[in-house]
Ligand binder design. Sequence first.
Ligand code: VAH
Length: 310
Amino acid sequence: KILVTGALGQIGSELVGKLRKTYGKDNVIGADIREVEGIRDAGPFEIADVTNGDRLMEVAKEHKVDTIMHLAALLSAKAEVVPKIAWDINMGGLVNALEVAHELNLQFFTPSSIGAFGPSTPKDNTPQDTLQRPNTMYGVNKVAGELLADYYHHRFGVDTRGVRFPGLISYVTPPGGGTTDYAVEIYYEAIKNKAYSSYIGKGTYMDMMYMPDALNAIVDLMEADPAKLKHRNAFNISAISAAPEDFEKAIKKHIPEFELTYNVDPVRQNIADSWPNSIDSSAAKSEWGFKAEYDIDKMTKDMLEKIREK
Ligand code: VAH
């Protein structure tokens, strides 16, 4: 049985569905700080604030879970607006979730991010093991989170695992407060207005991945043979390295009159500039068989179709 925190978020809302399809509806408990109409019709759901460790423990015990997937967090741009709150949620929530995993001997997953790298990190084909001195609160949270999850593994034997997610692109639940969110907005705007004004500038490369590949990566990593894992928190994984003009090119194949313009937001541009252009996923490929199915053209075709259906 799996407890998923952040169940209403960009990853959590689709991860719960994927896990219920894979392991059975009643074996996946969604938890978030609030509930939405009808959420309990889809399966077990609990209201829990991850900064309340006792509540998290109570929910995990009540549902007799054997795994916790901790997705509740504030993303990069939002965290720069409220850094202290981001610390409390991102680190307070994480240590509470790790304590639950430790006390109840649960398998544990939490994502890191390309945001765990900073301006002094090698930007092209960023290695699995390299310098990590991010200069954003989110990045500080992600590096500290990686070290904390590794600590619970080597100190207490908790089976903690994680991936460094690139920017995730999905059509189900739009992300909130991220830096890579332009790559989601662009598809919605392409359908609605055949135009989009990007807050990230031309030539700004970042790693990206379609949500189905991200969800498969979580399941594949959690099901991997632990004896083969030389790394734990957290594996570099990426599918696409792209700049705004690459999305424009891919979209124009379906909507030829699509117009991309730029109105750079310095705050989010600074964050994006501090991140790698492309990361090296070879450790994930060799240690647990990571593979991505969607390149930018295959993702674009599916995104536009699915958004049109919505
Ligand atoms: C963000 N989408 O933009 C998240 C993610 C790699 C980016 O961490 O903050």
